[in-house]
Every structure is written in structure tokens, then in C-alpha cells.
Design a protein around this ligand. Structure first.
Ligand SMILES: C[S@@+](CC[C@H](N)C(=O)[O-])C[C@H]1O[C@@H](n2cnc3c(N)ncnc32)[C@H](O)[C@@H]1O
Length: 205
């Protein structure tokens, strides 16, 4: 590999040669097959944090627009779509290979209510009844804060976001920062080094 080559999972259009691995994802209420690949987060397994989010008893609005922020191969988007078949699930990612995988994974599991898009392709007037995310912590603190601010601002007034973050990657300081920004944030679960945070729309500053 060339010394300057970057193929981190958060790169747009990763350069790593494709080498797909298909996994079975089994949750208490649903199951699906997920194709994963190099250059996309968590190849060959369901991430522990994502698993925690999906296994927690979080409500999913039955209708409206829902968002999976940073969809990767799509485990969160597909689960939301299965749990809320009358809702529209937006699955967004900057990584082109992730978007392709997510599109294929929705199709192969017969899930029709997922819209896979680059973040710039989501119309500006769409508001989300819920946002679920295993966010891209590794893009750096400033970029992550900008990303969360941009999308949390688009929650409906009674919407809620759920974020799963590793403790050692700064979950507690992220929770404090969100609170300081007037996003009411609660830690609803803590397990195996992960924190599950719920976030409500920002009160007036
Ligand atoms: C921790 S991974 C989670 C992937 C998937 N949701 C899962 O649980 O397996 C974070 C994802 O965020 C994506 N990402 C990075 N920067 C982003 C941005 N600015 N907007 C949207 N997604 C981004 C990455 O490409 C990556 O797929």
C-alpha cells in the first residue's frame, strides 16, 4: 500500500479493493442479510455499538422522515425501515461504497422505504422525526460537532435523536458539549464501553 494512500471508512469513494463479506444480522424483532466490504465501517460484523443501539428499546415513529446519519452498509437504516414500514428512512453517508452497499442491502432484504443519499442530496426542508446514528467520531471533534449541529437542528419539535458512542472515544465529553449547546441529552444505556445517548431538540438559545 502506498504510504500516502487513505482508505479510512469515512473517506468518500474508498480506494481499498472490494472484498465483500455477507453477514446475518439477527435482532429480537427482525433479521436481515448484510453485505459488508472493505473501505466501509465494520466489515464482516455488526459493530458492538450499533448492536447496542438496535437492541435498546428505542421508539421509532411510525410515519414521517427518519434519518440514519452515517449509514455505512445500512444496519441502522434497515432496522428502522423494518420497524416503521410506513416511514421514509433517509440513509446518508459521504462514502460512495457505503451508499452502494446500503442500497443493495435494502433491495436484497425487500426493504423499499429507504432512500440512500449523499448528505448534500437531502432536500433542505426535510425534518426528521428521529435520527439514529453511530456517528463518525474519527473525523475529529470539530467536524463531528459541526455534523451533529447540522443534522440535530433538523429534528422535528417533538423528535429525538439516539447516538451511540464509545466511552474511550469521548462519549462523556460529547454528552457534556451537547448539553452546553442546549441539546437536552440523556445517557440511557452504558454497556461494554459504549454509551447510548438520546438528544432532544435544542431549546431556544
Ligand atoms: C461509525 S460508522 C457507522 C456506520 C453504520 N451506521 C453502522 O452502524 O455500521 C460512521 C459512518 O459515518 C460516515 N460519515 C463520515 N462523515 C460523514 C458525513 N459528513 N456525513 C455523513 N456520514 C458521514 C462514515 O463514512 C461511516 O460510514
Amino acid at each position: 500500500m502506498a504510504a500516502d494512500r487513505t482508505d479510512h471508512y469515512f473517506d468518500d469513494d474508498p480506494a481499498a479493493p472490494s472484498d465483500p463479506v455477507t453477514i446475518d444480522v439477527t435482532l429480537p424483532d427482525t433479521a436481515f442479510v448484510l453485505e459488508t466490504d472493505r473501505g466501509v465501517f465494520s466489515r464482516g460484523r455488526l459493530d458492538g455499538g450499533t448492536s447496542m443501539l438496535l437492541r435498546h428499546d428505542l421508539p421509532v415513529p411510525a410515519t414521517g422522515d427518519l434519518l440514519d446519519l452515517g449509514c455505512g452498509a445500512g444496519p441502522i437504516a434497515l432496522t428502522m425501515a423494518r420497524r416503521a414500514p410506513a416511514a421514509t428512512v433517509w440513509a446518508i453517508d459521504v462514502n460512495e461504497r457505503a451508499r452502494s452497499l446500503c442500497t443493495r442491502n435494502a433491495e436484497r432484504n425487500g426493504i423499499a422505504n429507504v432512500l440512500v443519499r449523499h448528505p448534500d442530496e437531502v432536500p433542505g426542508d426535510v425534518r426528521f422525526a428521529t435520527i439514529w446514528s453511530n456517528p463518525p467520531i474519527r473525523i475529529g471533534k470539530a467536524a463531528l460537532r459541526d455534523l451533529l449541529t447540522a443534522w440535530l437542528t433538523r429534528l422535528t419539535p417533538d423528535g429525538t435523536a439516539a447516538l451511540v458512542v464509545q466511552k474511550h472515544l469521548g462519549a462523556d465529553s460529547l454528552q457534556r458539549w451537547l448539553g452546553d449547546q442546549c441539546w437536552a441529552t440523556d445517557r440511557v444505556a452504558s454497556k461494554s464501553g459504549y454509551r447510548l445517548l438520546t438528544v432532544r431538540p435544542r431549546s431556544e438559545l
